[in-house]
Design a protein around this ligand. Structure first.
Ligand code: GDP
Length: 527
């Protein structure tokens, strides 16, 4: 690579920010995403995000099931430019469409924005997603939303973050008044206040001040709110954690921003601070060591496969996170699992629902590759020498169903369907040891519906699913396994590779089994 090309690569990598927004349904993720896209001038996209939510589907190439339910089955990627940055937002679906895809998408992000409803605090889905991010040790930025409503006090929320998620926090700004009295926020980093103007709070005034004690704030917010602000910030200065970039980078400290997405309040300063603090594309580890994004050889891995975005073509799209170098349309790369060179000629980028052809992309970007059935989740592609990235994490299924084929003659197609869908990584298949029944395990209920729908649509097989009462799966490693042991509120099954797995109906049954089998190991995922 020439010196000039190297310089361009470095510049392109430096300006990229790839992150996911994690939250519980209704916290305001769609609203916030829409506002962020608006700042990037991507108005058309903002509209699309809204339309998707409101189930007004204009385009025809989303899965039928998606249209029927007005939700997005699998995550998409949105890209925009802002103040010299190229921003990639990875959408992580929530609601009933929560699935392993949601988790895996997080591996493609370099940081996460955790969105929290000021009244509801830390909720169930936030906890799950947070834990996946925390395991990776990526920086997490917190946006406390709906500040225009009555909610918990900022101090209580900080305590909740620490108690429930185990993360310390450092407020980057602080509300002046709350709920109906909210008149603005004080930006602790930039020493400025942002105030609502007018009765409908439709405009926002930004004013530089000389610290939070500045009398200008008193004039603008009134004596009462200013006194309160001073007291709270004094307390924070003394007792709060100082801002420590290294701790933020290690995921040990989360910067908190307060705002209101719907009123576009605090969103712009959040975005600007976030882009400054959030990491640029990070290296990933592989068989060839750590691969730096500025490595001139292109490399990347598939973290998600989405089927049938265009039902007429029955194609699949493999989502690839570029780890290093530059992607150019038509380039040849090594498909390391199969040991072949392939040409990347039909790459797509996902801007909400539109598919644009990408000509070039850089480390940190996500591209969608047309997949005639050659990719699997976790596949590594590289230019030049072989690079195989670390395996993607698998997740323990939490919902189970017994599956039967209505027409026994369709068994072959059924098997093909099962094989392909497990390859895509959205369902896990188990067989009971005693009766050879098939049990499916998933992390989100919607996967069952998608499974039924695709079995019928793509393989012509009608299946029947019967929910089973299990809630936990544990891979068991035991020299002297006694299958008769797992009968009470549990069942012994085998996974596709023949590993023993016990499905438990409840935590108590699981704990008892663990206590009674001190020599056995119970693993959350396959060994
Ligand atoms: P999602 O499920 O996380 O994508 O949440 P949405 O963006 O759809 O928002 C859920 C609801 O909260 C919607 O009715 C929004 O209008 C509302 N909402 C979002 N942000 C705010 C906010 O800052 N203040 C108030 N009062 N409501 C908000």
């Amino acid at each position: 690579m020439s010196k000039a090309a190297n310089h361009i690569l470095q510049h392109e990598v430096d300006k990229r920010r790839t992150f996911a927004i994690i939250s519980h349904p209704d916290a305001g993720k769609t609203t916030l995403t829409e506002k962020l896209l608006l700042f990037g001038g991507a108005i058309r996209l903002a509209g699309t995000v809204k339309a998707r939510k409101a189930s007004k589907h204009a385009t025809s190439d989303w899965m039928e099931i998606e249209k029927q339910r007005g939700i997005s089955v699998t995550s998409s990627v949105m890209q925009f430019d802002y103040l010299g940055h190229r921003v990639n937002i990875l959408d992580t679906p929530g609601h009933q469409d929560f699935s392993e895809d949601t988790y895996r998408t997080l591996t493609a992000a370099d940081s996460a924005v955790m969105l929290i409803d000021v009244a509801k605090g830390v909720e169930a889905q936030t906890i799950k997603l947070f834990q996946v991010c925390a395991k990776r040790g990526i920086p997490i930025f917190t946006f406390i939303n709906k500040l225009d409503r009555e909610g918990q006090s900022p101090f209580d929320l900080m305590e909740e973050l620490e108690n429930v998620l185990g993360i310390r926090s450092v407020p980057m700004n602080w509300p002046i008044g709350t709920g109906r009295d909210l008149c603005g926020v004080y930006d602790r980093m930039k020493n400025q206040v942002e105030l609502f103007q007018g009765d409908d709070h439709s405009t926002i005034k930004v004013q530089k001040v000389d610290g939070y004690k500045d009398p200008i704030i008193r004039e603008m917010a009134g004596e009462y709110l200013h006194d309160q602000l001073c007291q709270e910030l004094e307390l924070l200065d003394v007792a709060g954690d100082p801002f420590d970039m290294e701790k933020v980078q290690r995921g040990e400290l989360t910067p908190i921003f307060f705002g209101s997405a719907i009123n576009n309040f605090g969103v712009q300063t959040f975005l600007e601070n976030f882009l400054e603090l959030a990491p640029k594309p990070e290296p990933r580890s592989s068989t060839a060591g750590e691969i730096e994004p500025t490595n001139e050889k292109f490399s990347g891995y598939v973290f998600k496969i989405q089927a049938n975005m265009n039902p007429a073509h029955r194609d699949r799209i493999a989502f690839l996170r570029i780890v290093s170098g530059k992607f150019e349309r038509g380039m040849s790369v090594k498909h390391n699992r199969v040991g072949k060179e392939i040409k990347l000629s039909q790459p797509q980028q996902f801007l909400a629902q539109d598919r644009d052809i990408v000509e070039e992309a850089y480390a940190g970007d996500i591209i969608g590759l047309f997949d005639p059935g050659i990719f699997r989740i976790g596949d590594s592609l590289s230019q030049g020498s072989e690079v195989i990235f670390d395996e993607l994490p698998t997740f323990s299924p939490e919902i189970f169903a017994k599956v039967t084929v209505k027409n026994a003659l369709k068994h072959k197609q059924y098997q093909k369907g099962i094989d392909q869908l497990t390859e895509e990584g959205t369902i896990q298949v188990f067989n009971t040891v005693s009766f050879d029944e098939t049990i499916l395990g998933v992390v989100g209920q919607l996967q069952f519906e998608v499974f039924e729908y695709r079995m019928k649509g793509e393989y012509g097989v009608d299946v029947q699913l019967q929910r089973m009462p299990y809630q936990f799966a544990r891979w068991i490693v035991d020299e002297n396994l006694d299958p008769s042991k797992f009968r009470i509120n549990s069942t012994l099954v085998k996974d596709k590779k023949g590993n023993y797995v016990v499905l438990f109906e409840n935590e108590y049954a699981m704990r008892t089994a663990i206590d009674k089998n001190p020599t056995a190991k119970f693993l959350e995922t396959a060994p």
